[in-house]
Write a protein that binds this ligand. Structure first.
Ligand SMILES: CC(C)(COP(=O)(O)OP(=O)(O)OC[C@H]1O[C@@H](n2cnc3c(N)ncnc32)[C@H](O)[C@@H]1OP(=O)(O)O)[C@@H](O)C(=O)NCCC(=O)NCCS
Length: 279
């Protein structure tokens, strides 16, 4: 156990140091992660990361650990989201993650936060053990897909851009709530980077998708409950023919969505657990 370690809020952190430690921590991760400082800043904005509630660990003046927290209303509950956890490789195995988590809980509780969510690679036993030791429990399995869509339908409908996000209601389109990163609020936070389009029938939005136009990552797509099994999802993706696309955090229980994504020819390349702690 380290004795000269200081656990503190990240309010005054130098973003350059934090972004460098983030990349160092995720250097040999299951899926390679290496963000430029600009991409890192965008991630903080998208996930509503609040540095005041985020935690750092410092030894002899050097930042060696971090725990990033986003805070927002998620459904009807004030919720925190762990946007990243890392300890520099030479300081691992000292329970620094648990110290940072334990430090954060009273402050979050005091802020009125009821629940904390996070996502972790299903193979990352070190992290899963650390989270479970602090009271997190696995809630669902999330699939990550990538590939170039193979499309066999002839688009009979026009795909049109729209910007009224209030048309996308959970009631009409979703079977299961999207994760934090794919939530409408995350999309609103980086709206200039997003392309939103869909299919209308009789002036009703019957299918939609939201993608990041810089990296063709799909944040959300859906077909209205009353308009399913009419190839609308296939038509919806016809404008992405020959483009490499990525979709992460697809709930494993959404059988028809997973089947559809696989029928597009995308490959399942990774799995994560969503974990939750009630404060
Ligand atoms: C996951 C991570 C944050 C845990 O940090 P930590 O504070 O060192 O965690 P702990 O000290 O609680 O140790 C966790 C496990 O790592 C093991 N470990 C020990 N020494 C280690 C070392 N040198 N390197 C890696 N892991 C080590 C411990 O044995 C422990 O396993 P156990 O609970 O079964 O005994 C850290 O490994 C890390 O930064 N990993 C890369 C980024 C990452 O995976 N983040 C989580 C994404 S959700």
């Amino acid at each position: 156990m380290q004795t000269n370690i200081e656990i503190h809020s990240l309010t005054n952190v130098d973003i350059k140091d934090l972004s460098a430690l983030y990349n160092l921590s995720y250097q040999n991760y299951y899926v390679s992660i290496n963000l430029t400082e600009e991409q890192f800043q965008k991630k903080l904005i998208m996930e509503d990361i609040d540095l005041e509630f985020s935690v750092g660990a410092t030894i002899d003046g050097k930042l060696i650990g971090f725990l990033l927290y986003g805070i927002r209303m998620y459904g009807d509950k004030k919720t925190a989201y762990v946007g990243g956890t890392g300890v520099c490789p030479e300081k691992r195995g000292n329970k620094i993650t648990q110290q940072m988590l334990d430090f954060s809980f009273p402050k979050l509780k005091n802020e009125g936060v009821d629940e904390i969510f996070l996502e972790v690679n299903t193979k990352n036993d070190f992290a899963i053990n650390a989270y479970e030791a602090c009271g997190f429990e696995k809630t669902r399995v999330l699939n990550s897909y990538k590939g170039v869509p193979v499309l066999v339908v002839n688009p009979l409908h026009e795909i049109v851009a729209f910007d009224d996000l209030s048309l996308i209601t959970g009631e009409n389109f979703w079977d299961i709530k999207p994760t934090w990163k794919n939530e409408i609020q995350s999309i609103k936070n980086i709206i200039d980077n997003c392309q939103i389009n869909g299919i209308y029938e009789d002036r009703i939005l019957v299918a939609y998708k939201i993608i990041n136009k810089n990296n063709t990552r799909i944040y959300q797509f859906g077909v209205h409950h009353d308009y399913r099994n009419r190839y609308l999802a296939s038509i919806l993706f016809s404008d992405l023919k020959n483009k490499e696309i990525k979709m992460i955090n697809v709930d494993d229980r959404e059988v028809s969505t997973n089947d559809f994504i696989q029928s597009l020819g995308l490959e399942l390349y990774d799995k994560q657990y969503e974990m939750k702690k009630i404060l």
